[in-house]
Design a protein around this ligand. Structure first.
Ligand SMILES: [Zn+2]
Length: 253
């Protein structure tokens, strides 16, 4: 029975591994999309900064042209002022010159604002220069690393399933049947649980001393009264002895 109990534990470990791997592999499209979204977001931010920089440059150039026009207007008004012979011509020229100067002052303020926007955008782009230079290659590298990782997981899953089939095949029919019934009935699919500190580690129900010593002996299959899982006991001296092997905590003495 001890050897069979050990096989049950191995079966449980394999099933837990398989379930986790299957869950990870099912989520591949989502996980991959997550990486792509992250890089899209960064590319989007960078494009937005570039657009802001280009727009500021463009607007500033337009404003500077307007300043040139307004300066011409002011000069014309000054000439008219000099040559005016009538009072109303004189007044009109003064008004025109004033209007042009006011306009120039407004335009210069707007140019300063655009300069500030331009400088901020350029500073932000400079700060991210290294990131910008390697964004595409970083994206490819991340996706490749992800594909490699999931490739390994698929391999691991295949191996675990083979191993599981082998362990299952050598179990007596009554035990594999019992294991199957419990694991399909229980929500998390975990049919085997450790009994530790006088309780079931899966459902935390405390176990009577009598039951605990039966589990410790490991001569027959004992199930938890509360959750129905098959219980096993890890002898403390076996943990050290077994720590070098693949499954350190599941040896039943
Ligand atoms: Zn339990």
């Amino acid at each position: 029975m001890k050897a069979e109990l050990q096989k049950l534990i191995a079966l449980q470990n394999l099933d837990t591994t398989i379930r986790k791997l299957e869950k990870d592999l099912e989520a591949i499209p989502e996980r991959r999309a997550e990486i792509e979204r992250e890089f899209d977001q960064r590319a989007f931010e960078i494009r937005a900064l570039e657009t802001r920089r280009d727009e500021a440059k463009h607007v500033r150039a337009r404003l500077e042209n307007e300043v040139v026009e307004q300066k011409g207007r002011a000069e014309r008004a000054e000439r008219n002022l000099m040559s005016s012979k009538k009072q109303d011509e004189y007044t009109a020229a003064i008004r025109e010159a004033d209007a042009a100067r006011k306009q120039i002052s407004t335009l210069e303020t707007q140019i300063l604002e655009q300069l500030e926007t331009l400088e901020q955008a350029e500073a932000a782009l400079n700060e991210r220069a290294a990131e910008i230079a390697s964004l595409n290659s970083d994206r490819e590298a991340r996706l490749k690393a992800f594909d490699d990782e999931t490739g390994l997981q698929s391999e691991h899953l295949k191996t675990a399933k083979n191993e599981r089939d082998q362990v299952f095949a050598v179990l007596p029919k009554t035990l594999s049947g019992q294991y199957g019934r419990i694991s399909t009935r229980i929500r998390d699919g975990v049919a085997v649980a450790e009994a530790r500190n006088r309780s079931c580690t899966a459902c935390f129900m405390s176990l009577r001393p009598q039951v605990m010593s039966e589990i410790r002996r490991g001569e027959e299959v004992i199930t938890c009264d509360n959750c129905g899982r098959i219980l096993y006991y890890v002898h403390s001296d076996s943990i050290k002895a077994d720590s070098a092997s693949a499954q350190p905590n599941v040896v039943v003495n």
